[in-house]
Design a protein around this ligand. Structure first.
Ligand SMILES: O=P(O)(O)OP(=O)(O)OP(=O)(O)OC[C@H]1O[C@@H](n2cnc3c(O)ncnc32)[C@H](O)[C@@H]1O
Ligand SMILES: [Mg+2]
Length: 179
């Protein structure tokens, strides 16, 4: 069956824009992208790679359950490493057939003050809004943008993930040479 609708499991413009830009020169470029209001099934602030990835997969599968032919889920979280807390990002692409592809995005270490805010139970989005005095920072450049002097943005980072998801999907539909 030919896919007709790509679902994105979020209405966050940074994520929607990333998916639209990520598919633009792929075989899926002609398909409409629709936002689906679906739960991530994980905590509002994922605290590990595993939980962040699970959120992305849950969102992607939920889009397909709601009628999308291809569902894409993008999830932001944080993870601890030996030298501190890193922002981490995951994406998943689910197909009606049941296949699921996953991809991770760039990571950077968060400043100590931000880490302390999260350890006190706040969400990264809330801490970033307080720091930048901008309630919409998570929908725009995000933490990645702020802490890289906007050389990278949340949307651009999610675009890379979307490209890797669509690329894996396209590869799966190609005829493979026998080894
Ligand atoms: O509407 P949804 O799709 O849920 O978008 P969101 O911005 O809440 O994004 P996530 O649920 O994927 O992110 C989980 C939490 O981490 C925060 N977060 C993750 N990455 C961020 C970033 O780069 N900048 C600001 N907040 C970020 C976010 O605000 C949430 O509190
Ligand atoms: Mg969220």
């Amino acid at each position: 069956m030919q896919a007709k609708i790509i679902g994105i499991g979020s209405s966050n413009p940074a994520k929607v824009k990333a998916v639209e830009a990520g598919i633009h020169d792929s075989g899926l470029a002609h398909l409409p992208v629709r936002s689906y209001d679906v739960p991530s099934g994980v905590s509002p602030q994922p605290l590990s790679d595993e939980e962040t990835k699970a959120g992305a997969v849950n969102r992607a599968l939920a889009c397909v359950q709601e009628g999308a032919d291809i569902g894409i889920g993008l999830e932001g979280g944080v993870m601890m490493m030996e030298d501190g807390m890193y922002v981490t990002n995951w994406g998943a692409l689910a197909v009606v057939s049941g296949e699921v592809f996953t991809a991770a995005g760039a990571r950077i270490k968060l400043p100590e003050a931000v880490t302390e805010g999260l350890q006190a139970g706040a969400e990264l989005g809330t801490v970033m809004a307080r720091l930048t005095k901008d309630d919409h920072v998570r929908k725009k450049e995000g933490a990645v943008g702020i802490f890289t002097a906007k050389r990278m943005t949340r949307s651009e980072m999610f675009r890379h993930i979307a490209i890797m998801l669509v690329g894996q999907y396209e590869y799966s539909t190609q005829e493979k040479p026998t080894i």
